[in-house]
Design a protein around this ligand. Structure first.
Ligand code: AMP
Length: 682
């Protein structure tokens, strides 16, 4: 597959031949450069540049691109027989069928064979300066012990294990152990409440949970085992709870609970990997949609792993020996794809960050970059905006010369934050890659890199589609917009290996949400602008999903909780711009006539309820008690009006003629002004 570079034939002697030869040389060199960039390119006829590689990956020959990449980058137990069998209009997505592999073997064993003592994980513990390094050999052993432990306790191929843990090596080993024995994992962000956890355990039909006694983050201890105890009370199917010890504190253990490290130590350090079909489930990951019920997106084995590995390698320009620092929590898709699967599939060294950007002080990230010599740093705009406010001195105090690429993910990065990231953090040396993607896409779909090495990067723009990604914009009539310098609903025109395959237990919801709005296309739920140069910029969600500090939450989920409070008749929740979090939560609440509670008490109760039933990050920042909500004559809440009021765009309220009673708008405007006055005087 590898093409030898730099050789030309002796055949060329005449002048014309020399001219011809020099042209061939140029093409050859370009081809060689492309092959040096991506070895598989050597096998692609007529591809001599990165843009041609991109074109091939979305052309009719896209299967040959993906076949070569899958053969080259994954280790197969048995080779695949078909590359893709997809029909987006029907929600059928299948890649590399006939093939069998084991994801944990791809992430561990094959690197243990070549470089067992290479560091796989650097666990940046909450306690500053106390990092723990785990080699590939150690991680494989840990994974095998967990795999054997799970098997001994009856976990079988096809089961689903819920993992409720902070970001730590044992959490990674637990994910990989599931992959090893053929079970799916369902990692639930350890900031979710007991109710949110139990809903996800039940929906995933898990009979086993893995957790820790306590979590530690930002110097604060959280009682994770206690939360699990509470959650499983309403999960009768739970047979076992494995409890690892993050701190010294003893916790109450019942007959159902297993002391994880203790039992692991008696397990064999070798665990036979299951031969998994490409399309078997690797994991479920719950995310918010526009209804009150979170959806468990289904990702499968080969396509997901390949896509995570390829994007990790090329978007961040990751090379052997680099230290990759993704600071996302493993409870989100970014943690799955870029703390765990992408880097480990590539044999990389990946940092697991357990802390917060400001603990013990706002220099935490950069002190860590200096100490661990991080080469690629991948974080969220919300943290960048927060740190920017603390000033440059916290950054400049530390040596950041190891940094080569800076990444941003989770929400749009505003120009001010982008510039600060680029010039202060990266000293104007490192490309900033604003990466657009989502839980559904499995990996990065639009990012400034890979592109030609000196290709421009426009601040705050994700810009260029990744290999295999064909973005399109749709107009309001559902037609593809072909011109540039225009906006529309962002869809992806053809399937790619990393995309989610389904919603657990509800394939119909999957097709309705993603495949039917624009038949034949994958609908992302985001809006985008395409510049006159053809670059993409994400403009935000088009549905009732908001993005708080890079965490997705459906407004309907919050409304469900608010409406359950005894004093509340109805509510409408919207997102509001927030200078640190990107978006905050604004709740309009109508109280029952009979309710005689003080407004301040109601606000407190509602915040408590949201944090108890969902998570703290979903708590409303503002609660405005109103007499009624603006509704159309058919009873639909006009959220557009609410959004315009809170964003103070009163000139843009638009057509109010369909409102049942237009007078309600003035009430809302007055109430909003009053709330602001109160908040400012506090
Ligand atoms: P999640 O599935 O939780 O990762 O959230 C995905 C959503 O976050 C997307 O649908 C976007 O709305 C938003 N998002 C992620 N990355 C970006 C980005 N680089 N620019 C703008 N929005 C983003």
């Amino acid at each position: 597959m590898w093409l030898r570079c730099g050789r030309t034939s002796n055949y060329f002697t005449s002048f014309s031949c020399r001219v011809f030869r020099s042209r061939l040389d140029v093409l050859g060199r370009r081809g060689c450069k492309t092959a040096a960039f991506m070895p598989e390119a050597a096998g692609f006829e007529g591809v001599s540049s990165r843009s041609e590689l991109q074109e091939l990956s979305v052309s009719r020959s896209s299967s040959s691109f993906w076949a070569a990449v899958a053969r080259h980058r994954l280790s197969w137990i048995s080779p695949f027989t078909t590359v893709q069998d997809c029909d987006l209009s029907r929600g059928r997505i299948k890649w590399f069928e006939g093939g069998q592999l084991n994801v944990s073997v791809n992430c561990l064993d094959r690197h243990v064979h070549t470089c067992p003592d290479r560091v796989a994980l650097i666990w940046e513990r909450d306690e500053p300066g106390s990092e723990v390094r785990v080699t590939y050999r150690q991680l494989l052993e840990m994974t095998c012990r967990v795999g054997n432990l799970l098997r001994r306790h009856g976990v079988k191929r096809g089961d689903c294990v819920t993992i409720y843990m902070p970001t730590c090596p044992l959490a990674v080993a637990s994910m990989l152990a599931c992959a090893r024995i053929g079970a799916a994992h369902n990692v639930v962000f350890a900031g979710f409440s007991a109710e949110a956890l139990s809903e996800r355990i039940r929906d995933a039909q898990s009979s086993v949970v893995i957790t820790v006694n306590q979590g530690v983050r930002g110097g604060k201890v959280t009682e994770l085992k206690r939360t699990v105890d509470e959650a499983v009370q309403s999960c009768p199917a739970i047979r076992r709870v494995f409890v690892a010890m993050r701190t010294e504190a003893a916790v109450v253990m019942t007959a159902r609970d297993v002391a994880m490290e203790e039992e692991m130590s008696t397990e064999d350090a070798v665990c036979e990997p299951a031969a998994m079909d490409s399309e078997d489930i690797l994991f479920l990951l719950y995310t918010s949609g526009s209804t009150g019920k979170p959806k468990g997106l289904v990702h499968t084995q080969a396509g997901y792993l390949l896509y995570a590995a390829l994007t990790h390698r090329y978007v961040f320009d990751y090379h052997d020996g680099d230290v990759f620092g993704c600071v996302a929590d493993i409870g989100w898709i970014t943690g799955h794809s870029y703390s765990v699967y992408g880097p480990l599939a590539n044999g990389g060294t990946t940092v697991l960050f357990e802390s917060t950007p400001i603990y013990p002080d706002p220099g935490r990230y950069w002190e860590m970059v200096q100490r661990l010599k991080i080469n690629q740093f991948y974080g969220a705009p919300t943290a960048i905006r927060l740190l920017l406010k603390y000033g440059d001195q916290w950054v400049k105090k530390y040596d950041r010369s190891s940094l080569k690429t800076l990444g941003s993910v989770g929400e749009p990065i505003n120009t001010e934050a982008w510039e600060w990231y680029y010039s202060v953090v990266g000293d104007r040396r490192c490309p900033v890659v604003d990466t657009w993607w989502q839980t559904e896409t499995g990996g990065i779909c639009i990012a400034p890199r890979p592109s030609d090495p000196d290709a421009e990067i426009v601040p705050g723009m994700a810009m260029r589609p990744f290999f295999g990604i064909k973005p399109v914009l749709m107009d309001t009539e559902g037609k593809v917009v072909t011109s540039n310098n225009t906006s529309g609903a962002l869809c992806i025109a053809q399937p790619w290996p990393g995309m989610a395959r389904s919603i657990h237990n509800n394939h119909q919801r999957f097709t309705e949400t993603y495949c039917q709005p624009y038949p034949g296309y994958f609908y992302t739920g985001d809006g985008a602008y395409r510049s006159k140069e053809g670059y993409y910029q994400i403009t935000g969600r088009l549905d009732d999903v908001i993005n708080v500090s890079g965490h997705r939450i459906g407004t309907a989920e919050i409304e469900d909780v608010v409406n359950q409070c005894s004093a509340v008749a109805e509510s409408a929740v919207i997102g509001i711009s927030h200078d640190i979090k990107g978006q905050g939560v604004y709740a309009f609440v109508v109280l029952k006539k009979s309710a005689d509670a003080q407004e301040s008490d109601v606000s407190r109760q509602l915040k408590e309820a949201v944090s108890k039933k969902i998570a703290k990050y979903a708590c409303p920042d503002h609660i405005q008690i109103v007499k009624r909500l603006p509704k159309t004559r058919s009873g639909k809440i006009m959220r557009r009006v609410l959004r315009k009021v809170v964003e103070r765009e009163l000139d843009g309220l638009g057509d109010l003629s369909t409102l049942d009673d237009p007078a309600v708008v003035q009430e809302i405007i007055d109430g909003h002004a009053e709330l602001l006055r109160k908040q400012q005087s506090q």
